[in-house]
Design a protein around this ligand. Structure first.
Ligand SMILES: [Zn+2]
Ligand SMILES: [Zn+2]
Length: 350
């Protein structure tokens, strides 16, 4: 759906950006120096990914440190890691976020799977330290039918255990600070936990009750998941209401990351189907622009997880995010944009 707003309701905006003499379009920066990046695949080479992040105007980067659909972890860091980090530093790209394996489920009732999940997430935190990553975000997981209450107890126990293990991990290169563990909200399919802000509040309270200091655990809000859960993040008014509820229930300091995605699914469908910005069910997506520029969110790092990162749509969506943040309406995307594959770049580093 490519709904456009009546022109009278369009936000007032600066003139649209025009190409300079060299043909490059200078895109508007986000306010207050806030950071916008994307989840880029590393499978074609890590240095190449760093070059790509710079070329598309990303100033932050999210990656997998290993195959996100395998329990096996590499024994040693990838050989390209030092060159990758040098390149990112030279370009001033950061913070680096590591997206944890999709297999981790801290919320389920099965003991063996729970123990495996704790071990895998702890190893992701240790590996992320070697990347100088500021964040490791993980899906909260599914209670697998055991119910929300039981799931919350399980997640809180799991988070406390993972952070204990992370304390024992060896320091990274140059004494790199330990990354922040960040829990990501769910769209609500398949027993997913952390669907509503009330559930997220209960999870963070249960973690705090286990003695975990507030500065050890952050929150990631994925806008496509909020949408699937029924929150109106398509409009500025809806976003302001969500931000106010996050502030009231959790405190905005908890919000470390936003995954900025439109959705192919209808609002409240509990489905998680990422889409290009302004090309999905969020209509003109002015709510995403409001989120990017919200005066209370200057400390938040924004990462795109939109389709076609391998096919050039990484640049398209970074540009569309910057235009939305500056209040510019977006042009419709060509039909072929809707044919690019999956929402997530699944390839780890070689
Ligand atoms: Zn996400
Ligand atoms: Zn998602």
């Amino acid at each position: 759906m490519l709904a456009t707003m009546p022109s009278s309701r369009r936000p007032t905006a600066a003139p649209a950006p025009v190409p300079d003499a060299a043909g490059a379009v200078a895109l508007p920066a986000l306010p207050d120096g806030r950071r916008l990046g994307a989840h880029l695949p590393l499978g074609e080479g890590m240095v190449r990914a760093a070059e790509r992040a710079h070329a598309i105007g990303a100033d932050a980067l999210q990656v997998f440190v290993d195959n996100p659909t395998s329990w096996r972890r590499r024994a040693e860091p990838p050989p390209e890691l030092p060159a990758f980090l040098d390149r990112l530093a030279a370009y001033g790209i950061g913070p680096i976020a590591v997206h944890a394996s999709y297999l981790v489920n801290l919320a389920g009732p099965a003991d063996d799977f729970f123990e495996q999940s704790i071990a895998l997430l702890a190893s992701e935190l240790a590996a992320a330290r070697g990347y100088g990553a500021r964040f490791v975000n993980v899906h909260i997981g599914s209670h697998k039918g055991a119910g929300v209450e039981a799931g919350i107890v399980r997640v809180a126990d799991g988070v406390a255990r993972v952070l204990d293990l992370a304390d024992d991990a060896r320091p990274g290169p140059d004494g790199a600070a330990r990354p922040l563990l960040v829990l990501e909200n769910s769209a609500g399919g398949g027993g997913g936990l952390g669907v509503t802000l009330g559930e997220l509040e209960a999870i963070f309270e249960a973690v705090a009750a286990r003695g975990v200091p507030a500065d050890r655990l952050g929150l990631c809000l994925d806008t496509a998941h909020l949408w699937g859960a029924g929150y109106d993040v398509a409009t500025p008014e809806g976003v302001d209401a969500v931000v106010a509820e996050v502030e009231r229930r959790l405190g905005l300091a908890r919000l470390a990351m936003v995954h900025l995605n439109d959705s192919k699914a209808t609002r409240g469908s509990r489905l998680d189907r990422h889409q290009h910005l302004g090309a999905g069910e969020m209509g003109d997506a002015t709510g995403l622009g409001r989120l990017l520029a919200h005066p209370a969110l200057a400390h938040v790092a924004f990462y795109l997880e939109t389709p076609g990162m391998d096919e050039g749509y990484d640049a398209v969506n970074v540009a569309r995010a910057r235009l939305l943040a500056a209040g510019h309406p977006l042009d419709p995307l060509p039909p072929e944009a809707h044919a690019v594959r999956g929402a997530r770049a699944r390839t780890p580093a070689a």
